[in-house]
Ligand binder design. Structure first.
Ligand code: ARG
Length: 460
């Protein structure tokens, strides 16, 4: 039996029923649906649209339904069309005619928009907490490695010296931007669509400011048609979460490389890696690979949402029911990824000696060597050319800039002196990169402090 009987002469075909139904996935919004209904019915009572006494009865019974659902005493009947229908049926079963007054001055169109917004608002808070935890883990590891020299890469070729802390803190900045995007998205989630009705508001003298206050919204949405047609908040949150998924995926890709034998910059804890059924020596970074893999479905869900919305006329269309599976899956996936990734990262064993060895073998101080000549008065382009010749010389003779004898240096450019070895020492190369945002240890230490302060003071 559906909510919308009356004008229909035939029973609904089971095929239509199954295809139309959303209860299998929207039942997770039962708390939000009941919370919304309680606010709605409280307002109906206060505005004299239904009797106060009946409003109170409905509120009380909705509370009972909520606690019965929470305790498992009441099971959701999945033959109902959606969670909104189920709760209204249950209320009417329990209260008779009084229950039938709940849906006065409301439509499932504003109801579903409200439920999704309430649900997403709670979920965003959970995700913000998870991202903050990850950022603080990153900072904690970084604190111990502000002097651990490693190669910085471009094109995955050794480029210039940085530290492990500097590298990690790049990710902290990405996640800070994610936090700022999430709190911005919350502003728009905090506008209340309840009271928009099916699309054209209502002739009842409802009080949308009151329901907004009761539900903790900043304000009521401005236009009833937009309120029920809008799914920007799903697109926006899904996009924001896709960016988080991309950040996690890039981090995972690096972790996978770093724990390969070719790099061996880190080792994963046994508790967060897996073995092979055939190769006894294997220790695989499955969590990192799965997080990288799962970013694909998160991005896919964003595409689903945009494509679903792009040609819909105003106002509600049933296509919009497709929003929930996509956005719910994205939320579940991103939460699961954050929950698994953080302890994996927190327990890595860092191998700074291997990082340093890698940094010492790839001419990553070539820019510093050119800068040495520039400081002696040579134009940068000439210095660049001279060091290029030195690198060629080293490559031919199996040497590095550190081991190349001074007479070879001088053969390329007379300005070279013995102090060049000090100028190109990896520690000096890193320590002197003091420009704001650069890898010098004192820079990164203050970056870590700034980031920790930002997440603890709720600035983001
Ligand atoms: N289950 C529907 C959804 O998720 C609720 C809205 C139904 N509205 C309607 N006009 N059929 O979108």
């Amino acid at each position: 039996m559906n909510l919308w009987t009356g004008r229909f002469k035939k029973e609904l075909s089971t095929i239509t029923n199954d295809f139309n139904s959303s209860i299998h996935f929207d039942q997770r919004m039962y708390r939000e649906d009941i919370t919304g209904s309680i606010a709605h019915v409280t307002m109906l009572g206060k505005c004299g649209i239904i009797k106060e006494s009946e409003a109170q009865k409905i509120c009380l019974e909705l509370e009972n339904i909520l606690s019965d659902l929470n305790s498992g005493k009441l099971l959701i009947d999945t033959t109902k069309e959606d969670i909104h229908s189920f709760i209204e049926f249950e209320l009417t079963n329990r209260l008779g005619d009084t229950g039938k007054r709940l849906h006065t001055a409301r439509s499932r169109n504003d109801q579903v928009a409200l439920d999704i917004k309430l649900y997403l608002r709670n979920q965003v808070d959970e995700i913000i907490a998870l991202v903050k935890k990850l950022v603080s883990t990153i900072c904690n590891i970084a604190k111990d490695h502000t002097s651990s020299v490693m190669p910085g890469y471009t094109h995955l070729q050794r480029a210039q010296p940085i530290t492990f802390a500097h590298h990690l803190m790049a990710y902290a900045e990405m996640f800070l931007r994610d936090l700022s995007r999430l709190s911005d998205a919350k502003k728009r989630l905090n506008e209340n669509p309840l009271g928009a009705g099916a699309l054209a508001g209502t002739t009842y003298n409802i009080d949308r400011t009151l329901t907004s206050e009761l539900l903790g919204f900043f304000c009521a949405t401005n236009n009833s048609l937009d309120s029920v047609s809008d799914r920007d908040y799903c697109l926006e949150l899904s996009s924001d979460l896709s960016i988080i998924a991309v950040h996690l995926s890039r981090f995972c890709e690096e972790i996978i490389m770093w724990c390969s034998w070719e790099f061996k910059f880190i080792e994963l804890d046994d508790a967060f890696s897996t073995g092979s059924s055939i190769m006894p020596q294997k220790k695989n970074p499955d969590i990192a690979e799965l997080v990288r893999g799962k970013s694909a479905r998160v991005i896919g869900n964003t595409m689903t949402l945009f494509t679903m919305m792009k040609a819909l006329p105003l106002a509600y269309n049933k296509d919009m029911q497709e929003d929930k599976e996509a956005v719910f899956d994205t939320i579940d996936t991103v939460k699961m990824c954050l929950i698994s990734f953080e302890p994996m990262l927190a327990t890595i064993k860092v191998l700074p000696d291997n990082m340093r060895k890698a940094a010492a073998n790839g001419f990553i101080n070539a820019t510093d060597c050119a800068d040495y000549l520039v400081k002696k008065g040579l134009p940068f382009r000439d210095a660049y050319k001279a060091v290029g010749a030195l690198v060629a010389l080293c490559s031919d003779s199996g040497l590095t800039l550190e081991t190349l004898p001074i007479d070879k240096y001088k053969s390329v450019c007379a300005d070279f002196d013995d102090d060049v070895y000090d100028a190109i020492s990896l520690e000096k190369c890193v320590n002197d990169r003091k420009s704001f945002g650069g890898p010098a240890p004192e820079n990164v230490k203050s970056q870590i402090e700034r980031v920790l302060l930002a997440i603890s003071e709720g600035e983001v």
